[in-house]
Write a protein that binds this ligand. Structure first.
Ligand code: CIZ
Length: 306
């Protein structure tokens, strides 16, 4: 239920959205009211691709910074705005372009697969991008039996297990997914017999070992609708609950802790979206050479999954 103030912001945003010919995109981890406001909700790649399909001139990306960058990478002719430029991603920050270049030097000829949770400058020195939903297919699509994988070590190890390839994983991790523990999953499974555990591959290895289904955020929505199980443990960020509950109101979704919250994702508020549209701030712009090289890695992924 929206407060009076929130409802006012919704109205003002609607007016500006029409005036500015804007589209509002919200990641699956955003606050419920931001998901409600958005024209589209989804994962970072799905949203950036959506943006290429609309004739909107302005994209307001409600997510974290690398996601708005991805929207700019794929839509350079559009104005891309982020309502809070401080909404970063600690996982993305765990690898820099210089750090990656140093690793590449030690492993000449080994291709770099870069998870979408990375800065544009890291994408620009990578061979191909991937998301959590297509990481296994992307690595399998490469001729080489050895790859460098940045920045998420858990996803890299998961991919190694699924592909049988040698994966040199960068030791990055998502602090929010790290708060999901195997102890808590075991406890819930005991308390709620029959509950199935859907786990995001950013979870730690011992947690993934307990999963009934390992998938991306979009994969969780699909699994929740398709499975006969009524009790589902959500191994990802709490923002997932909004759509899961809307899609499947008869099911019982269990968060494995009160603190599986990404503080950066929660920085975006209705007021900030309003101000972002009003003042056309903060604009996401990259040096063209970085954008174009990052686009190569992203476009190569899109070609593989097409
Ligand atoms: O690609 C995304 O948006 C992220 C960060 C996760 C996912 O599984 O969708």
């Amino acid at each position: 239920m929206l407060s009076e103030r929130q409802a006012e912001y919704m109205d003002k945003i609607d007016e500006l959205r029409r005036e500015r010919r804007a589209v509002i995109l919200a990641h699956n981890y955003q606050r419920p009211e931001i998901q409600e406001l958005a024209d589209f909700t989804g994962d970072s790649l799905g949203l950036a691709q959506r943006a290429t399909e609309t004739d909107a001139e302005t994209i307001v990306f409600c997510g974290v910074y690398f996601m708005a960058e991805t929207a700019h990478i794929l839509n350079p002719e559009k104005l891309v705005l982020t309502p809070d430029a401080q909404a970063g991603c600690p996982l993305a920050d765990m690898v820099t372009a210089d750090g990656l270049l140093a690793l590449k030097k030690k492993h000449p000829g080994v291709p770099v697969v870069c998870y979408v949770n990375s800065s544009a400058s890291v994408k620009a020195v990578s061979d191909i991008c991937c998301t959590s939903s297509n990481a296994v297919s992307i690595v399998n699509s490469l001729a080489e039996d050895e790859v460098i994988f940045v920045p998420d070590g858990n996803l890299g190890r998961y991919v190694a297990g699924q592909t049988g390839k040698k994966v040199l994983s960068w030791p990055g991790y998502c602090p929010t997914h790290r708060r999901i523990t195997s102890e808590r999953i075991r406890e819930i499974k005991k308390e709620v017999p029959g509950a199935l555990f859907m786990a995001h591959p950013e979870c730690d290895d011992d947690v993934l070992a307990l999963a009934d289904h390992i998938c991306s955020t979009s994969g969780m929505y699909k699994f929740a609708q398709e499975t006969d199980a009524v009790d589902l443990i959500v191994g990802s960020e709490v923002g997932m609950l909004h759509r899961l509950q809307l899609d499947s109101p008869q099911k019982n979704f269990i968060m494995p802790g009160p603190d599986i919250i990404c503080p950066n994702m929660k920085l975006t508020t209705l007021k900030k979206v309003y101000l972002s549209l009003l003042n056309e701030e903060t604009r996401v712009v990259l040096p063209e050479d970085v954008r174009a090289r990052a686009e190569n890695a992203t476009a190569r992924m899109v070609k593989v999954i097409a």
